[in-house]
Design a protein around this ligand. Structure first.
Ligand SMILES: [Ca+2]
Ligand SMILES: [Ca+2]
Length: 102
């Protein structure tokens, strides 16, 4: 429990979470960005799919994480979803659609 409260405090503190997570998400985008435009299209994101996640769920996740609705995912949108996953108590939080629920 102490780990969870300490980790949550770290995630909520300033921009330290973004600084820590951004390189990870940029690497994910780089690996999956087949056309090299610097963002993930829907098809690039779907190809990333986790084995336990249906293609239908991947489409729903894409729609949730694409918060500006431009049809592509940036590293920043993925970082925001990850932050949301760790700090939000809302079961419908965007990050829960990407990573599942704790
Ligand atoms: Ca791309
Ligand atoms: Ca977007």
């Amino acid at each position: 429990m102490r780990f969870v409260s300490t980790a949550t405090k770290h995630v909520r503190a300033g921009d330290s979470f973004d600084r820590t997570y951004r390189p990870h998400m940029e690497a994910v985008v780089d690996l999956a960005d087949a056309d090299g435009d610097g963002v993930l299209s829907r098809s690039e994101f779907i190809r990333l799919g986790a084995p336990a996640v249906s293609e239908e769920q991947s489409h729903r996740s894409f729609d949730q994480v694409d918060t500006d609705g431009d049809g592509s995912l940036t590293a920043q949108e993925l970082v925001a979803a990850a932050r949301d996953f760790y700090v939000s108590d809302d079961p419908e939080a965007v990050g829960n659609h990407l990573f599942g629920q704790l």
